[in-house]
Design a protein around this ligand. Structure first.
Ligand code: 13P
Ligand code: SF4
Length: 332
């Protein structure tokens, strides 16, 4: 007998359809611990006309059970731009909440834990960008969305891992300053004739994968298909069968349905896909993003109750940063 039928409390009943989505990856006993928070969050969202936007790295109970929209950074930015909710809760990291606020200056944008940062975003400041502009006069600046609003305000345009090459080429410039991920910059430079001037930022999650580790996993798992995020080092990407943004990686697995797959990215993403596709075996390793993992059901609930912490960006800074994000969305 399912443990769910042993305790037929109201919360369990109203969330039963949600458990169907995650039962492959969340044991029933663990699920019961999530049920009260999921039920309250979904009630409060209705009462407050709020939406939860969740990045692909959020845990399955958030991603599949309380999120209204899920996706990669680009999709979340697009959804934030289109949302007609009064309140946006960003189940992601701080730069994602800032992007949502830039696109919705009159709405309340909540980030359930303000310490949910990003090693790429903290690798560069607005002053660094101004110095680069002095060193390379006239060269346009592209910043990855994984940056603060202060850095976006100094840039000409933003990009995500899903549209980086297209954005770089849209500038019709022989040279482009591309910040701050040196590995994404290297990946882009291999796909375009535009000369890329890079910064030395790195993602603390993806830089930990190594080519030896991938070769070992291939030896141990015959036929495994390796998909990677472009924040991985170039020698790791050289071992991969497919490289793309988190959404592109998910799309690849759902469409090609490999028997075994190794996703070189944050751990929860494999769980979220595994919840949906029962016919694919997910081979680990994966790495946890400590920043993404700061967001929990409890903090989302608290945030919806108190309407804090809300993201605030000074108007003049926001006006300049918004231009970079809107230019990106206009290119696609
Ligand atoms: P995506 O835009 O591919 O979702 O990447 C965001 C991110 O933080 C990856 O580490
Ligand atoms: Fe930043 Fe890396 Fe975490 Fe993505 S996975 S939020 S790039 S630290």
């Amino acid at each position: 007998m399912s443990i769910l039928t042993l305790d037929a409390g109201d919360d369990v009943r109203v969330t039963e359809h949600l458990y169907e989505r995650v039962k492959r990856v969340i044991p029933a006993a663990e699920w019961l611990g999530h049920v009260p928070a999921i039920a309250r969050i979904n009630e409060l969202k209705n009462e407050r006309n709020a939406v939860v936007l969740a990045h692909n790295y959020q845990t399955p109970e958030i991603f599949h059970c309380v999120a209204d929209f899920v996706g990669d950074s680009l999709a979340l930015a697009r959804m934030a731009a289109q949302s007609d909710a009064s309140i946006i809760v960003m189940a992601g990291v701080h730069f994602m909440a800032e992007t949502a606020k830039l696109l919705n200056p009159d709405k309340t944008v909540l980030i359930p834990d303000v310490k949910a940062g990003c090693s790429l975003a903290s690798s560069i400041t607005g002053a660094d960008v101004r110095q680069l502009r002095e060193a390379y006069p006239g060269v346009p600046v592209v910043t990855y969305v994984n940056t603060s609003a202060e850095v976006k305000a100094e840039a000409d345009i933003c990009c995500t891992s899903g549209n980086a090459v297209k954005i770089v080429e849209s500038l019709n410039s022989r040279r482009v300053i591309f910040l701050p991920d040196e590995y994404l910059a290297s990946y882009v430079s291999k796909q375009t004739d535009v000369e890329i001037i890079a910064w030395d930022g790195r993602c603390e999650v993806h830089e930990r994968f190594s080519p030896d580790e991938i070769r070992q996993y291939r030896d141990d798992n015959s036929g495994v298909v390796v998909v990677a995020h472009p924040e991985c080092p170039p020698d790791v990407l050289a071992e991969a069968d497919f490289t793309g943004s988190t959404a592109q990686m998910i799309g690849f697995v759902k469409e090609s349905r490999p028997e075994k797959v190794l996703m070189l990215t944050e751990c929860s993403m494999s769980d979220n896909v595994a919840a949906e596709v029962g016919d694919v075996e997910f081979v680990r390793p994966c790495n946890l993003c400590p920043h993404m993992k700061r967001i929990t059901l409890g903090k989302i609930l608290q945030s919806l109750r108190t309407l804090e912490p809300a993201v605030e960006i000074p108007d003049d800074l926001a006006a300049r940063a918004r231009i970079s994000v809107e230019r990106m969305l206009a290119v696609g």
